[in-house]
Design a protein around this ligand. Structure first.
Ligand code: ADP
Ligand code: MG
Length: 706
């Protein structure tokens, strides 16, 4: 249309040297790169306005949401009808999408003329092809102009062709500038320095104009040199496209349904959590009763710790911490009096995996050689010092200084230890070395150590909780309820060994196939089922198993299971903490997955984050349900309507996960409304706690012998 008007004007005005004159008159239609870049910037701003809630009403570029959230991934299939109205003809298409045979798409279409009176106004037909400066173009120009009723000279034809070139060149430039703005935005969104993308194009001008696409591509590459753009001609975009949009929507809806169905198994209602609490309580009673203790899975082991510290503890103590991530030897100096202080020195030693899973003698010889190194390091080899042995595995204690290992957990597997007293194994190893002597006063579980450490600061602390590599809890129970031991007076700290909750099948209805898989491939299959749903050693593995399943089903990573994803233990629980952090943008989630060798799209990242959230939330809720059972039992033991109690907590998962502690706190509050429970972070329960227990032990021994 513009071209036609211009032509009318120039036919009367132009005589000689027409091309030059045309150039002069149409100077404003030639857009420099500078101008195009300026247009790009302006268009980018308009896009931003269109997207913004505040500016959209007045925005000229409307940026309308299409609710198409995903591009096809090749797994679409089905039979679709597409209607195409709004083009030059009205069509009905039947589109079959088949994902088995190389994404075969079969279309049948029926074209219906749209009667003139239905189309309001008379939109012009697609115009004649633009003339072009070559023989064919000039010939075309002549023909077209003649048809229009003018009698053109050869010069006229050249001029007309020149005008057409300028007009279509401007069009190509303008389209390149706006597309450039879109590509810039895409690149910024993705946060990559270089954008590689393909642009699907449709439209007769682009497809049939002999110069348009070439000019357009060239300008675009100049304007956005940091993008690698390919162009792909769309075949029947409106028909096939409509069917594809429908197919993608179908696929997403079906995927969403299946994903939700899977994740629903992890979402526990309040009623289910109350049921878990009730079952935990029943298992606690079984462990405490003489008749049922033998077959109970929650062992409720006496720790022979009868009271929390009273502040009179005093002296220098050695402590060993075995059963956490690191093996440590510590020197703890406790000073009583007006200014109570605890001073600690420690050294971390590695326990090679071949020793963890070798013989018991090798394991204990290694421990003693580490102690020897530490005594040299501190310059205290000589006097026989009292020692507390934090041994964080289920032990049946017969006194404070004797503990028989019931079973290894958390990746330990040394032979000839189960069924033996670990204090004796330690004493024998010290003797074998014939270098120094130590007074092994107490075998301590880290849970008990944690409670004691917090109780030293806060007298209402009568519960200990660990949520680290494994999970466990302890609390002060009435002696009269501890049927395994003589005596009905006072209290004793009970090491619950709650990780084994569910080992008799009582949690099977809430365990998922993923929990079963993680259990099956662990070192202690069938054992520690509660722990395996809660603690740091396993949460990442649960997530990894779900991700594998989702990938197999085509919901993730384009259905490609990478070697990385197949590697056991690759998805560590610390990644859950990172991915679930609220401060993290989606891009950063992708970066984390990238580090893991998982190439994810935005959609993948959202789903991975959802999976992590569901798994860690369940862990925190289950832990809370167990804790609710514990605090309500303490309250009932004491016949109270209301109990104030503090729980001392240790463990990296509890400490570093962004939501775990809050969800657990809320769960306890909801499930045990009659208890007011505070949580206190313990600093180094295994070291300080062991020393405090040893100090109490030494004091009691001196009291009984005098
Ligand atoms: P342990 O329980 O062995 O004494 P920790 O309390 O330090 O030791 O817990 C170690 C466990 O914590 C590891 O198994 C690991 O899975 C988990 N972990 C480590 N870093 C994080 C983190 N940032 N967020 C959540 N869990 C973590
Ligand atoms: Mg620990």
């Amino acid at each position: 249309m513009i071209a036609a008007q211009l032509l009318a004007y120039y036919f009367t005005e132009l005589k000689d040297d027409q091309v030059k004159k045309i150039d002069k008159y149409l100077y404003a239609m030639r857009l420099s790169d500078e101008t195009l870049i300026d247009i790009m910037t302006r268009f980018k701003k308009e896009m931003k306005n269109g997207l913004s809630r505040d500016f959209n009403p007045t925005a000229t570029v409307k940026m309308l949401p299409t609710f198409v959230r995903s591009i096809p991934d090749g797994s679409e299939k089905g039979d679709f009808i597409a209607l195409d109205l709004g083009g030059s003809s009205f069509r009905i298409l039947r589109v079959q999408v088949n994902h088995e045979q190389n994404q075969n798409v079969h279309m049948e279409s029926e074209i219906y003329d749209t009667p003139e009176n239905i189309v309001h106004g008379s939109g012009s037909q697609v115009g004649p092809p633009a003339p072009h400066r070559n023989k064919e173009g000039l010939h075309n120009a002549k023909e077209i102009l003649t048809r229009l009723g003018v009698e053109p000279s050869d010069d006229d034809c050249i001029s007309v062709q020149h005008v057409c070139t300028i007009v279509s060149f401007r069009s190509a430039n303008l389209v390149a500038a706006t597309l450039g703005a879109i590509l810039n935005r895409l690149r910024d969104n993705k946060g990559t320095p270089r954008l590689r993308t393909t642009v699907g194009v449709d439209g007769s001008l682009y497809k049939t104009h002999p110069q348009f696409s070439r000019r357009f591509h060239k300008t675009l590459r100049r304007l956005v040199p940091d993008s690698d753009v390919r162009f792909l001609l769309s075949e029947s975009g409106s028909g096939k496209g409509a069917a594809m949009v429908t197919a993608v929507a179908y696929r997403l809806a079906e995927q969403h349904r299946q994903i939700e169905e899977t994740l629903a198994h992890f979402r526990l209602t309040k009623d289910m959590l109350l049921e878990v609490k009730k079952r935990m309580r029943a298992e606690m009673d079984m462990g405490l009763r003489k008749q049922t203790h033998e077959k109970a899975v929650v062992k409720m082991l006496p720790s022979f710790v009868r009271s929390t510290p009273d502040g009179t503890e005093h002296g220098d103590f050695l402590a060993l911490d075995l059963g956490g991530t690191n093996f440590r030897v510590l020197l703890v100096k406790i000073r009583s009096g007006k200014k109570r202080t605890v001073e600690m020195h420690n050294k971390i030693y590695a326990i090679p995996i071949e020793i963890m899973q070798g013989t018991g003698e090798e394991l204990f010889d290694h421990i003693v050689s580490c102690i020897s190194d530490f005594l040299d390091y501190m310059g205290i080899k000589g006097p026989k010092m009292p020692l507390g042995f934090t041994f964080s595995f289920p032990c049946k204690q017969t006194s404070l200084d004797a503990g028989i290992l019931i079973t290894w957990t958390k990746g330990f597997k040394a032979t000839d230890c189960v069924g033996h007293d670990v204090a004796t194994l330690l004493r024998e190893a010290i003797k074998r070395r014939e270098e120094f002597d130590l007074d092994v006063v107490a075998v301590v579980n880290d849970t008990v150590g944690t409670m004691m450490t917090c109780a030293y600061e806060e007298p209402t602390c009568e519960v200990g909780l660990i949520v680290g590599t494994g999970s466990n809890a302890c609390y002060m129970e009435e002696m009269k309820n501890v049927e395994m031991l003589e005596g009905n007076d006072g209290r004793m700290c009970i090491n619950m060994e709650w990780g084994a909750f569910g080992d008799n099948g009582c949690l099977d209805d809430i365990r998922t196939i993923y929990d079963r898989l993680v259990d099956e491939y662990s070192l202690n299959a069938g054992k520690q089922r509660f722990e395996k749903m809660i603690s740091g050693m396993y949460l990442g593995e649960i997530v990894r198993n779900i991700l594998i399943d989702f990938t197999k089903k085509g919901f993730l990573f384009r259905g490609q299971i990478s070697e990385t994803l197949k590697t056991r233990g690759i998805f560590q629980t610390k990644y859950l903490s990172q991915i679930e952090s609220d401060r993290l943008a989606l891009l950063q989630v992708r970066a984390i997955l990238q580090q893991l060798g998982l190439n994810s799209t935005c959609d993948d990242s959202i789903l991975v984050k959802t999976v992590c959230g569901v798994v860690s939330k369940r862990a925190a809720q289950l832990c809370g349900a167990g804790m609710a059972a514990v605090v309500d039992k303490i309250r009932e033991n004491r016949g109270l309507d209301h109990l104030n109690v503090t729980v001392g907590v240790d463990g990296t998962l509890y400490k570093l996960h962004p939501h775990f502690s809050r969800i657990m706190y809320q769960t306890v509050k909801e499930l045990s409304p009659k208890c007011n429970v505070s949580f206190l972070l313990s600093e180094d329960g295994s070291g300080k706690g062991a020393a405090l227990i040893t100090a109490v032990g030494v004091r009691l021994r001196e009291e009984t012998s005098s």
